[in-house]
Every structure is written in C-alpha cells, then in structure tokens.
Design a protein around this ligand. Structure first.
Ligand code: BT5
Length: 344
C-alpha cells in the first residue's frame, strides 16, 4: 500500500522533506524547552548532531514559517514566539492525555498520507498512541480509493496507532467514537455544533467538516493494530475543497488555532477510548446516537453497489446502522455511503 503511484524520484524528495521536518522539530523542541535562556549555536548543533551551517539553514526556514527566533552574537538563540504549527512541543505541551499523542510523535511538512506513514511505523512496532501529523498530504486517502483534499497548512491531518486488546467485532465502532470526540471538541473549542454522519463523517449544517479513515491489520481473531486517520478542515478556504464541504473558519468567521483542535481531539478521544477498552461500545452508544445526523432520517444507503432506501431507526451495539426499508423490513448495514434524503 506504500509508494502507490509515486515515482521513486518523488519518493526520495518526500523522504528528504520528512528528514527536514524531523530536524526542525528537534530544534524547536530544544529551544522551547530552554525558552528562558539563550542556547549557543555550538551547544545546539552538538546536542542535535549537525553542523553550524546546517543549523543556520534550518533556523532560517523556521523563521520563514513564522517562528520568532532571536539570535545574539556570543549568546546564541532564543525562541520568542511560535506560529500555529504542529511541531511536537506545540501539541504535546500541556496536552492532558497519558498515552494518546503523548509519546512518539512524527511531524512532517509534507507526506503522501499520514495513514500510510502510521501504518508503516506500526508494522515496525510503533506503540499505542503514536501520532503522525502532516501540514499537507500529497495522496491523502478516503475510503475505497477516494481522495482527501489536504490544502497545505489550512487543515489538520493526522493518524494514530492504536493497539486495543478487544474483540475484533467492535473495531468498527472506533470510527464512531472518534467522530464523537471531534463533535465534542469543535463544540468545546469553537462553539460549533456538529453531527456524526454514519459511518465516518462529521458534518456541520449538512456539510462535511471532517472525514475519518480507520485501517486495521489483524489475525483471524486478533487485532494487531489500528491506524485511525482524521482529516479536519480548520482554516481551509472552501474554494480548495469539494462541493458540500465546510471548515471551522467558514463556520465561525474567524481563524481557529489548529493545535487547539488537535489537542482537543486527542484529549476527548483518549477519555472515550479508555471507556471503549474497558466496556466496549455500549456506554458510548447513546452519546453517538444523540449526536447522529442520520437517526430518524430518510436515507439512501449504497453498500457494495446496492442501493437501499429507508428510515434509520438505530445504531446497534456493533455500530451497524439499522434501516427500515419501504416494506417495513429491518436491515442491518455494516458499511456504505449514506445520503440524507432530507435535512433535519
Ligand atoms: C473519508 O473518506 O472521509 C476519510 C478521510 C480521511 C482523511 C484522513 S486525513 C489523515 C489521514 N490520512 C489519510 O490519507 N487519510 C486520513 P470518504 O468517506 O471515502 O470520503 C471521501 C470523499 O470526501 C471524497 O470523495 C470527497 O468527495 C470528499 N472530500 C475530500 N476531501 C475533503 C475535504 N477536505 N473536506 C470535505 N470533504 C472532502
């Protein structure tokens, strides 16, 4: 699943870009940890293992990205202020979680897909809670080979590695639980009311704000790992998005800090995920239903090329959609695309 249609030259270019962002992440992390004092260029380059010339090049790039880094001869460097970037210190400082996003953290300026990167890391043994964030994706993925538009610096695109020790049958409900975390976060951080559109979208006033792509590696009865990928339009101009999308900037009329959205989702998700690992979907189901955009609605569901029309009655304990068709028969849908026939 890696590389896909990316040529090897593009692939090498993208690896170089990844290395650059890893280095910049280290510099910012170091300066942020020592923000009350100057750090000499010599100390900084020897602590991080690169040349003074290399250090200067990265400092220059960081300034271009909006970091205010003071440089005083014979004293060194000091971080004065940071833009709304996603380097580890901006996200992990004050992050109120214990595992999710708290440990291994990978930030990239550009990546093909954070899900592909997280999947590769998970195969190499990345622990639960590993976070991969990118400023943009050149091959952001939706379900069934669809594309996810990821305008640079405007949205939040990230993936988490999860290793829950739960029955494989309840894994699809992780998507709904993460949607719940997103709904709670956008309400808490920006006062925007959002809804969960089964199975993997978050909508505001019927327009798509966020998409979730959950991928899994499993043995017949055991989950090896899950990659939970989330893309959310934060300060994105609607002109860069497909018809029917929205962004938090569009909904609130102002710029929203991306790091606040990411931190909020990580915190809300960890709380719900811990409940999920202890008790399964049962105690989160009611909350998902309360925030559902589809319950009680007339819908058309496309599942493996078949179209079913009916009224959504429920989301069951395994996360399946319960739809009553025109003959009054109850149908259980495990995956598919839902189109709302009328809005609430
Ligand atoms: C999804 O698929 O909605 C899942 C999207 C998951 C994206 C995240 S970003 C981080 C991580 N890394 C990845 O590579 N992916 C995940 P689906 O339900 O199949 O919807 C895809 C459809 O949503 C597309 O065909 C478009 O119509 C629409 N779409 C694409 N980009 C969008 C955007 N930025 N905002 C709203 N709608 C979009």
């Amino acid at each position: 699943m890696f590389g896909g249609d990316v040529s090897s030259r593009e692939h090498i270019g993208s690896i170089k870009k990844m290395r650059t962002s890893v280095t910049k992440n280290k510099i910012i992390h170091f300066l942020a940890e020592n923000k009350n004092e100057f750090t000499s260029g010599e100390d900084l380059s020897s602590a991080l293992g690169f040349s003074r010339a290399g250090l200067w090049k990265h400092i220059k790039q960081l300034r271009e990205e909006g970091y205010v880094i003071e440089a005083v001869p014979n004293k060194g460097y000091k971080l004065r202020s940071s833009p709304d970037a996603m380097y580890s210190h901006s996200v992990q400082d004050g992050l109120n979680t214990t595992v999710i996003g708290k440990g291994d953290f990978y930030y990239y300026d550009e990546v093909t897909s954070t899900n592909d990167e997280a999947y590769r890391l998970a195969e190499d043994g990345a622990p639960e809670g590993t976070l991969v964030v990118s400023d943009t994706q050149t091959a952001g993925k939706g379900r069934l080979g669809r594309k996810w538009s990821s305008p640079k610096g405007e949205g939040v695109y990230f993936s988490l590695v999860l290793r829950p020790d739960v029955n494989i049958s309840i894994i699809p409900t992780i998507t709904l639980i993460s949607a719940l975390a997103i709904v709670d976060t956008v309400e808490r951080v920006c006062g925007v009311k959002a809804e969960i559109k089964w199975p993997n979208d978050v909508l505001v006033s019927g327009r798509k704000l966020c998409g979730i792509l959950t991928e899994m590696k499993a043995q017949p009865d055991m989950v090896e790992f899950i990659v939970l990928g989330i893309g959310i339009n934060v300060n994105t101009s609607l002109s860069k998005l497909p018809e029917g999308s929205t962004s938090l900037k569009h909904e609130t009329g102002g710029v929203v800090l991306k790091k606040d959205i990411l931190k909020g989702i990580l915190e809300e998700f960890e709380t719900d995920y811990n409940i999920f690992k202890r008790e399964g979907f049962l105690s989160l189901r009611e909350e998902c239903k309360v925030h559902s955009a589809v319950i009680g609605e007339q819908v058309s569901v496309s599942e493996h090329g078949r179209i079913l029309e009916g009224t959504v009655l429920d989301i069951d304990e395994s996360g399946a959609l319960m739809v009553e068709d025109s003959r009054g028969e109850l149908r259980r849908i495990f995956s598919g695309d839902v189109t709302l026939c009328r809005t609430k």
